[in-house]
Design a protein around this ligand. Structure first.
Ligand code: TRP
Length: 478
């Protein structure tokens, strides 16, 4: 265990090109990624996680399929892309992570760095709860749990298995603790580097299996109905809650609006194109989400008696549908075990970067030791995560407008806090800092159309659209 400045992204220690000598109490200028691909892979590895595989499919199903996809893509190519580029540019220009970066942009905005940090703090506990569900399913497929796989398994038994698991008071907590312990153990020992190296091999494998499953499901009788529901927008289902949900999901999935991409940007070399990397990261992330949805939504129509009502399932959707797919597949149990193992790694790498972000700020600003910070966060994850987990069992009486405790955390972080953080980020970058030199950092030609478009997006279009979506979305919801 080392208590010196272990970098946020494991890769860097290895690929560092130069040592910096600035050893003051202010965060050091970060070292760089040696390869252009290294940056994209590390950022994409953190972005691809439960957001793509677990969350996107059930949100798309809940919010009417095609219309959700359309809103998501429209927001991704406009606001998402601009915000991702902006965050990376802020990071690379200042060379610092969240708090240091905002202090460098404008001394008056140091506090905002701390506000950004509230988002991962809210997300981490329930992210680990879902991580625990993944661990449960991984073990179930390895040990061949009869209700999930085999002759007698049906949509009803899959449902029953999940509900029995989730309403049990201690089982979900046990698996949640395993996942949380794995996350924190990696952060405390500083072996992210190794995990990331493994995940560089595992992520393409996950993509491969996912594409295979997608093709398999789409070839099943009845599945095309689901493909249509997901791809063809039904405009009568449009509402501002759909837009707000799509916006929140966009931030969540691309790891935006909590200023973590700033940290990634701080490790990026000067000769790498920010816009090109941002494009690659967003395409990769969105493709993953779409493939996941094209497995799960068509499977509803092929394998579930009442597809329409199953669309409303929410968070459990992936866990109930995937076993049905594996059950039909020859060798499904083995493929299912491998698949959940890969999902576990995808979730773990994301969870690690979330925790690492909080740890590094605790260390930089409060001078905490690595293990003290980790112990503190673990305690917090266990306390809050347990409550979220029990929200499906003994605490299920606590719910607002049909939202479980976990849904409430999720709604608060994604649909309320993240849009606010994103708006303020745009305002600070557009009005209260040297936005001209930020545009230079992105390498946009002076006087060019692209630069004008970008500035207009950051200053007016993005913040105003997000504000409008936020306010009308809240009104529609309540
Ligand atoms: N994007 C991740 C996912 O899709 C979750 C996430 C949100 C995240 N913000 C993050 C991961 C910040 C790492 C860092 O699952």
């Amino acid at each position: 265990m080392n208590d010196n400045d272990t970098p946020l992204i494991g890769e860097i220690a290895e690929e560092a090109v130069e040592e910096t000598s600035e050893q003051t109490e202010t965060p050091k200028k970060h070292k760089g990624f040696s390869s252009k691909l290294g940056f994209v892979l590390a950022a994409a590895g953190s972005a691809v996680g439960l957001g793509n595989l677990w969350k996107f499919p059930y949100l798309a199903a809940q919010y009417g399929g095609g219309i959700f996809l359309l809103c998501y893509i429209a927001l991704a190519v406009t606001i998402g892309f601009v915000l991702l580029t902006l965050e990376i540019a802020i990071g690379r220009k200042t060379g610092k992570s969240v708090i240091g970066a905002f202090t460098a942009l404008n001394r008056k905005f140091r506090w905002f760095g701390f506000v950004c940090l509230v988002v991962p703090i809210i997300i981490v506990p329930y992210y680990n709860v879902i991580g625990g569900w993944v661990v449960r399913y991984m073990f179930a497929f390895i040990s061949g749990a009869g209700e999930l796989i085999g002759e007698t398994a049906t949509a009803a038994t899959s449902d029953a298995f999940f509900n029995a698991f989730i309403s049990n008071p201690w089982q979900p907590i046990l698996f949640f603790l395993i996942f949380a312990a794995a996350t924190v153990a990696v952060v405390v020992t500083g072996v992210q580097k190794g995990i990331e190296r493994i995940s560089k091999i595992l992520m393409p494998l996950l993509a491969l299996i996912a594409v295979f499953l997608m093709i398999y499901v789409m070839c099943q009788p009845g599945a095309m109905e689901g493909v249509k529901v997901f791809l063809v927008p039904d405009f009568s289902k449009f509402s501002f809650s759909t837009l707000l949900a799509a916006l929140g999901q966009l931030f969540y999935s691309m790891s935006l609006a909590m200023c973590i991409m700033i940290t990634y940007g701080s490790y990026m070399k000067k000769n790498t194109s920010i816009t090109k990397s941002a494009r690659q990261i967003s395409i990769c992330d969105t493709a993953f989400a779409i493939v996941a949805a094209l497995i799960i939504i068509p499977s509803l129509f092929a394998f579930t008696p009442d597809a329409q009502s199953a669309m409303e399932k929410g968070p459990p959707l992936m866990f109930i549908q995937l076993p049905l797919v594996f059950n039909k597949l020859p060798g499904g149990r083995a493929i299912g075990a491998i698949f959940f193992l890969l999902v576990f790694f995808a979730a773990l790498t994301s969870s690690i970067s979330l925790v690492e972000a909080i740890v590094s700020v605790l260390r930089e600003t409060l001078g905490m030791r690595r293990w003290t910070a980790c112990a503190l966060i673990l305690g917090f994850i266990v306390a809050v995560g347990s409550i979220a987990s029990l929200g499906f069992g003994p605490l299920s009486v606590i719910n607002i407008a049909g939202k479980t405790i976990l849904d409430m955390f999720d709604y608060f972080a994604n649909n309320l806090l993240m849009p606010v953080v994103a708006i303020i980020t745009c305002v600070i970058a557009g009005y209260f800092s040297d936005s001209d030199s930020l545009m230079d950092e992105i390498n946009l030609k002076k006087g060019g159309v692209y630069r004008k478009y970008f500035l207009a997006m950051v200053r007016y279009v993005a913040p105003l659209c997000m504000l409008a979506i936020l306010i009308s979305g809240i009104f529609m919801e309540f």
